[in-house]
Design a protein around this ligand. Structure first.
Ligand SMILES: NC(=O)c1ccc[n+]([C@@H]2O[C@H](COP(=O)([O-])OP(=O)(O)OC[C@H]3O[C@@H](n4cnc5c(N)ncnc54)[C@H](O)[C@@H]3O)[C@@H](O)[C@H]2O)c1
Length: 314
């Protein structure tokens, strides 16, 4: 395949480059390195990297015209400054429209979008089924939901994968790298009183393999373990792995106003339609992540959340 990956220097994008490049596929990455890093991409024949923003329609148009992709993975997203609505809208809405329009012009075979579970907003029921209403209330969630809605309007052969917290190489968001880095540096930690759904990247890969096939069903799919775990569960695992137990029990704080208490996705529709379900359990997923940090360290951590006021600057 001729695979175009937007945001290909980010966590998920770069892992997909590493998965598909050695199989002989040609890959073109478009990334502005807002949260991704050029140096994580291998210098190998078959990989072309275009530095720039998906919000630039000329750049996107030129990349599509010269590369002529057959499959798209749209992984680029802006989220790192929750107050920068314009950047979120430029990347997640206009950028998605630019990529969708270019894909229509070229006539791609398949368009795979990655969606945040924050598109559901504060869910009425958990685990959240894929037909749950979308009620995003943060800049990231609102803009990602709008981008996804334009894709659904496109007439392309498209899928939108609504993702749980995917764990894998270079993960630089969320509690696992944060606890790992802070505990090792002897800094204090706190746990937000929320429940999350953690998915191992090997399970995520199998889902992406499936949906890139021309004959795979289209539409919206939750890609998740379907199991909820508290942030304190994660903290306990990181602390045990590092052998660093804090003197006092770790404080548990209320989630901030921009956070959601329980984000666990119901993937039963995905299993029924795609025949996919997560195989790797929570403890193994977290342990594999921690072993990766042991070997490679933790890079700069990004977040789409503001720190709870009580713990700001902690
Ligand atoms: N990792 C997860 O667990 C998870 C969960 C839910 C949804 N997602 C979605 O998956 C996608 C990838 O997430 P990730 O965790 O790899 O994040 P990431 O920040 O590591 O990757 C996003 C990439 O997009 C790039 N980017 C940002 N703005 C851009 C722009 N205007 N033009 C081109 N590139 C731009 C960044 O530099 C980065 O390389 C995102 O769409 C995100 O919303 C990820």
């Amino acid at each position: 395949m001729r695979l175009l990956i937007t945001g290909g220097a980010g966590c998920l994008g770069s892992n997909l480059v590493e998965r598909y490049l050695p199989l002989g596929h040609d890959i073109l990455v478009i990334d502005n390195f807002a949260t991704g890093r050029r140096e994580v991409l291998p210098s190998m024949p078959g990989l072309t990297v275009v530095e720039g923003s998906v919000a630039d329609p000329m750049l996107v148009g030129r990349a599509f015209s010269s590369f002529r992709p057959t499959q798209i993975i749209h992984s680029a997203a802006a989220y790192k400054n929750p107050d920068d609505w314009r950047e979120d809208a430029a990347t997640n809405v206009i950028g998605t429209i630019n990529v969708v329009e270019a894909a229509k012009r070229i006539g791609v075979r398949r368009f795979v979008n990655f969606q945040t579970a924050l598109c559901y907003g504060r869910p009425e029921r958990v685990p959240i089924p894929v037909d749950h209403p979308l009620r995003p209330f943060t800049s990231y969630g609102i803009s990602k939901a709008a981008g996804e809605a334009y894709l659904a309007l496109s007439g392309l052969s498209w899928l939108s994968l609504r993702l749980a917290n995917v764990c894998g190489p270079r993960l630089a968001i969320g509690p696992i790298p944060t606890f790992y880095q802070r505990l090792k540096a002897g800094r204090s930690c706190f746990c937000s009183d929320v429940v999350r759904d953690f998915l191992d990247i090997e399970d995520f890969f199998l889902a992406v393999d499936l949906v890139l096939r021309d004959d795979a069903p289209t539409g919206f799919f939750n890609i998740s373990s379907g199991e909820g775990h508290t942030i304190t569960d994660v903290f306990d695992m990181v602390s045990a792995h590092l052998g660093i137990a804090p003197a006092e029990p770790v404080p548990v704080v209320s989630p901030g106003p921009d956070d959601v208490a329980n984000l666990v996705l119901d993937a039963s529709h995905t299993e029924a339609v795609l025949g996919w379900r997560a195989r790797i359990g929570f403890a193994e997923t977290i342990e594999r992540q921690l072993r990766w940090y042991d070997a490679h360290g933790v890079s700069a951590i990004h977040s789409h959340l503001r720190p709870p006021t009580a713990m700001e600057g902690a």
